[in-house]
Design a binder for this molecule. Structure first.
Ligand code: BTN
Length: 330
């Protein structure tokens, strides 16, 4: 459902910095001009600024720089407007919040965004530092109704799609380190965490979480991260507007999700992954069962397993776990 504020904003954005008459806005939002004025006041309270000229109407002069659900909705492509969006100031983890809301019966698809997480989580339960500094902490929620076995390649597919999307905003394309890291020049800019609740033979619901560094911290990265972390702003072609970027992210995630559910992603996954894979051809080691094995990364197979060619020429398939590069890339 679009709120009147979203409808008004969409109209003003479509006219860029030109004036839009109150009559046109009233017709688009199907309400009186007085009601339009009241909704403009609500938008002002959210940080939007307008110029109002009696004979010409309204012109948008400033947008909030912080995450704003109304603005993200206004930027969303037509076909993605079934998505509902919540922006929270603070939450333990957007993945946990999305799971709670799924359990409470909220309609899908929806997106939970937070300006700050107090218990942001990464793989293996690791802490995901989530300061309120303009980075993205986002969780998309779905009810896929597919067999659990189909989800093996989900995070890889989403990651490859996100790399493609992020490349559109940057001077250089990001890379992917199997299975869930987004990197620029060997430094981590983001990570993904997919969590599903499974009934006996079906996925009940699924949360796809993304943490993405959009801005380098004002004082630079803390010492321990300075050689390992990076943010989009250091690689972007021009300053990234967080709400516009988030709308583009929503569009890509929903499109990728639909393809995944239809199953017509399978033929292109390997190609897309290979385009962004930073491990391919590199010397790596990984835990395989109880043993550490070493060899050369050789891409992924159709089940999303990482292929590792050992020095004896044997190809091992890694289904899960963590990979270490011999030449330190991250
Ligand atoms: C990783 O690299 O290990 C994955 C990190 C995923 C972090 C994101 S931030 C939004 C969502 N909420 C969480 O608690 N985790 C994910």
């Amino acid at each position: 459902m679009n709120t009147p504020e979203t409808l008004i904003l969409r109209e003003l954005l479509a006219h860029e910095d030109r004036f839009v008459s109150g009559t046109l806005l009233a017709a688009k939002a199907k309400m009186s001009r007085v009601a339009i004025w009241q909704h403009m006041e609500k938008l002002r309270a959210q940080g939007f600024e307008f110029e109002a000229v009696r004979s010409r109407g309204y012109r948008l002069t400033a947008k909030p720089g912080e995450l704003n659900a109304t603005l993200i909705k206004a930027y969303l492509p037509l076909r993605d407007r079934g998505l509902t969006i919540t922006v929270l100031d603070e939450v333990d983890s957007t993945n946990d919040e999305a799971a709670r809301e799924l359990a409470a019966g909220r309609s899908v698809p929806f997106l939970v965004l937070a300006r700050r997480q107090t218990g942001g989580r990464g793989r293996f339960g690791r802490r995901w530092l989530s300061e309120p500094n303009g980075n993205l902490y986002a969780s998309f929620a779905f009810r896929p109704k597919v067999e659990p076995v189909r989800m093996q390649t989900f995070t890889l597919w989403m990651g490859a799609n996100l790399c493609d999307l992020i490349a559109n905003f940057c001077r250089v394309a990001p890379g992917l380190k199997w299975p869930n890291d987004l990197l620029f020049s060997g430094r981590k800019a983001g990570g993904m965490l997919t969590e599903a609740r499974i009934d006996s033979d079906q996925i009940r619901d699924l949360v796809f979480g993304l943490g993405l560094n959009l801005r380098t911290p004002p004082g630079g990265w803390p010492e321990e991260l300075s050689t390992r972390a990076t943010a989009l702003d250091a690689h972007a072609a021009e300053p990234v507007e967080v709400n516009k970027f988030t709308a583009a992210l929503c569009g890509r995630v929903l499109l990728a999700y639909e393809r995944f559910i239809r199953g017509d992603h399978a033929d292109v996954l390997a190609d897309l992954w290979n385009r962004h894979d930073v491990l391919r051809g590199e010397r790596i080691s990984a835990l395989h069962g109880a043993h550490r094995i070493t060899g050369t990364a050789a891409g992924i197979d159709e089940e999303g397993c990482l292929l590792l060619r050992t020095d004896r020429g044997r190809v091992e398939r890694l289904r899960a776990g963590e990979v270490t590069l011999e030449k330190r890339l991250i």
